[in-house]
Design a protein around this ligand. Structure first.
Ligand SMILES: [Zn+2]
Length: 299
């Protein structure tokens, strides 16, 4: 797994006997929760507890193990649908193909809508023998309380800043120190999210964001130009991520600046709006209006 901050959890979880049937992991996205689930599945499905060399481990590496089911929203979708959970229920009641155990990994658990959660609940109440459910949630409060109460809850500890930086440096040896620091700052210290950002040319889009902001400050670009450019990005929310990091840094220096607080709130409102399919360009324009004319928005 090579995620030192999660190793103690894996060790403690392994020590529980008999192995828990319903496990619920809780932690922010991008800290390694999915990797931890995969490591737990390996413990359960490999006869040697994750040796890395047996046929079961080979199938896990190849992603072809017939007794492991991964349940997550389909590409481009936000929800885990009730049909998916019905298929899952059918799957868990079929006989295992290999030595015995079956494992279901489901994340993010809060993506199940109410009917999906209810369909899963029945199975969690009486899970078939040797079947293990490992759920991961980023928002515990958004989960049906009855789901939560059926599972053994494990809270995942975040890595401290030094551990996160050391890990990221090892994962991205070509990256400059400034890139590593920025990647972590943007992703609230979550190392796997920071790595994914660096791998997907996040640094380039951050540089583009800075250039557009400089253009705006110098009056070479209008706020409409800038919002339009950002709205064409594959992930326009990234512009908000960079804005938030900038705003957070300014707030450290000027904690009583009400205009900055207003901007911070506007960024969070914009996130909610974009999650709810608002017009992207207009939403980004609103944030820029807060940035350029704070006194007028507050009035
Ligand atoms: Zn093995």
């Amino acid at each position: 797994m090579n995620l030192p901050w999660l190793e103690p959890i894996l060790t403690q979880w392994q020590a529980v006997q008999p192995a828990p049937q319903n496990t619920l992991l809780h932690g922010p996205a991008g800290m390694g929760g999915v990797e931890l689930m995969e490591a737990m599945a390996r413990q359960l499905l490999c006869p040697q507890g994750g040796c890395g060399t047996c046929p079961a481990c080979a199938m896990l590496d190849a992603g072809t193990h017939p007794d492991l089911l991964r349940c997550t929203p389909e590409q481009g979708k936000k929800d885990i649908r009730v049909e998916t959970i019905r298929d899952l229920n059918t799957w868990v009641y079929e006989a295992a193909h290999q030595s015995g155990a079956k494992v279901v990994l489901l994340w993010p658990a809060e993506a199940m809508n109410r009917s999906a959660a209810n369909a899963l609940l029945k199975t969690l109440e009486e899970p078939p023998q040797d079947t293990h459910f490992i759920l991961l949630t980023h928002q515990l409060g958004a989960l049906l309380p009855t789901i939560r109460s059926r599972c053994q809850l494990w809270r995942l500890p975040r890595p401290d800043a030094a551990t996160a930086l050391a890990w990221l440096q090892q994962a991205m040896p070509q990256a400059e120190p400034e890139q590593l620091q920025t990647a972590l700052a943007i992703h609230h210290g979550m190392p796997l999210a920071a790595r994914a950002w660096l791998e997907n040319e996040g640094w380039k889009s951050y540089q583009a964001w800075r250039e557009q902001m400089n253009g705006l400050r110098r009056g070479q670009k209008t706020l409409v130009d800038v919002a339009e450019a950002w709205s064409k990005w594959d992930v326009p929310q990234q512009a908000l991520d960079y804005f938030e990091m900038w705003c957070t840094r300014q707030l450290h220096a000027r904690p009583h600046d009400m205009a900055l607080h207003g901007l911070y709130t506007a960024i969070q409102e914009a996130r909610t709006a974009l999650a709810g399919n608002a017009n992207v360009q207009l939403t980004l324009e609103r944030v820029l209006i807060h940035y350029l004319y704070p006194q007028e928005v507050d009035a």
